[in-house]
Ligand binder design. Structure first.
Ligand code: ATP
Ligand code: MG
Length: 361
């Protein structure tokens, strides 16, 4: 079976380091590995509207921001189709048919939906569209017959739900859809990068992000005020690295080479952690290392973004071409789905003939 990738992001803001380590960095690696026959990356505007229906201006503005983030992080339109979800109306139709295959109680049990309902204070009035977004996510994935979905761990329940829908569809109507696999980061801290405030997840909705497009000054300010160990008051105090966000970020980004370059007192992160835990190492020194490490990753992304920002017509052309390619694929799948569900009336010559026969004495 050919290897196909589908994944994406909601255009609710610019992309941040959580997106980068959780999914975007991996997508660029997979794209450049040459192992995938087709790659589709979706800007999920329709999904973003499910909890931002009253603020379409925000979604519209962030389409271009996400596209710029993608291209500056290294997604290459020669190899990857970047497209806009709402432009592919086949996805909406697939969602509608999949709704029959999922129960309300199954959706209610989805742990990601549960926690997102809480986060948005939707408990007493959940918009139906929001409640159903795991079904629309299944449509997005299956429309492209994706085999691999690179995502952060918060998305695992969505992939599970998709697999269930695929099985239910195939056993009810015949083998049409493909079961996808989630691909989560190998490095545990990258599966769910915490926010700069130490909260469990860096998230646009929580306002605790370092953005790929932040200026060096922004990055410096955010790192310098980052959550560490609240009991590590004096440099001589022993410090804890457990839940210490600066160390978590170093776990996500730091390589041994960085020490030689920026902090030659230590050979690697383990040595630095030991010193911190023994006492005698101040937060500022650790934070300065992190700033350098992050800058090494962010400076080239920022530079590419500055160039792309001067060529918006090119970015739009990329989106248009990607959307056309996505449309072709989704149409193929929808036609197969309709045929399997026996609702392809006008295309089915055998059906038409059988109807004719039925009424010919
Ligand atoms: P929103 O608050 O609008 O939901 P978000 O910051 O959670 O935004 P999404 O667009 O929902 O971002 O997520 C896009 C992708 O990035 C998903 O694959 C998700 O798993 C991944 N991701 C988001 N935040 C993190 C994070 N902090 N760590 C690792 N992966 C993340
Ligand atoms: Mg999210």
């Amino acid at each position: 079976m050919s290897k196909i990738i589908l994944t994406g992001d909601r255009p609710t803001g610019k992309l941040h380091l959580g997106h980068y380590v959780g999914s975007l960095r991996r997508r660029v690696e997979l794209q450049n590995s040459g192992e995938y026959e087709k790659i589709f990356i979706m800007i999920a505007d329709a999904q973003a509207l499910t909890d931002n229906f009253d603020n379409p201006g925000k979604i519209r503005e962030n389409i271009i921001e996400v596209a710029l983030d993608y291209l500056s992080a290294g997604l290459d339109p020669e190899k990857t189709n970047i497209f806009i979800q709402s432009e592919i109306n086949e996805l909406t139709e697939l969602s509608f048919y999949y709704m029959n295959l999922v129960t309300v109680s199954r959706l209610q049990r989805n742990p990601t939906v549960k926690s997102e309902i809480q986060l948005r204070n939707f408990e007493t009035s959940i918009p139906v569209g929001f409640f159903c977004y795991p079904i629309s996510q299944a449509a997005d994935i299956t429309a492209f017959k994706a085999t691999v979905v690179p995502v952060g761990v918060d998305q695992l329940p969505m992939i599970e739900q998709t697999r269930e829908i695929v099985n239910k569809f195939n056993s009810t109507y015949g083998e049409v859809l493909v079961e996808p696999q989630a691909l989560i980061p190998e490095n545990a801290v990258c599966c769910r990068l915490p926010g700069t405030d130490g909260k469990a997840k860096m998230s646009k909705s929580l306002g605790n992000c370092i953005y790929l497009s932040d200026t060096p000054e922004d990055v410096k300010k955010k790192v310098m005020s980052m959550y560490t160990d609240p009991n590590h008051l004096k440099v001589t105090d022993p410090g804890s690295i457990e839940g210490n966000t600066v160390f978590t970020y170093l776990d996500a980004f730091c390589k041994d080479e960085h020490f030689e370059k920026y902090c030659p007192d230590y050979k690697n992160l383990d040595e630095m952690k030991d010193h911190y835990q023994r006492g005698g190492l101040g937060d500022v020194k650790v934070k300065k290392l992190l700033i350098n490490v992050l800058e090494e990753e962010l400076a080239p992304i920022r530079a590419r973004r500055a160039e792309l920002e001067q060529n918006i017509p090119y970015v739009l052309e990329v989106l248009k071409k990607g959307t056309q390619a996505a449309h072709v694929e989704a149409t193929k799948t929808l036609n197969e789905v309709r045929a399997a569900m026996k609702i392809n009336y006008f295309d089915d010559q055998a059906l038409i003939e059988s109807w004719e026969k039925k009424f010919q004495g």
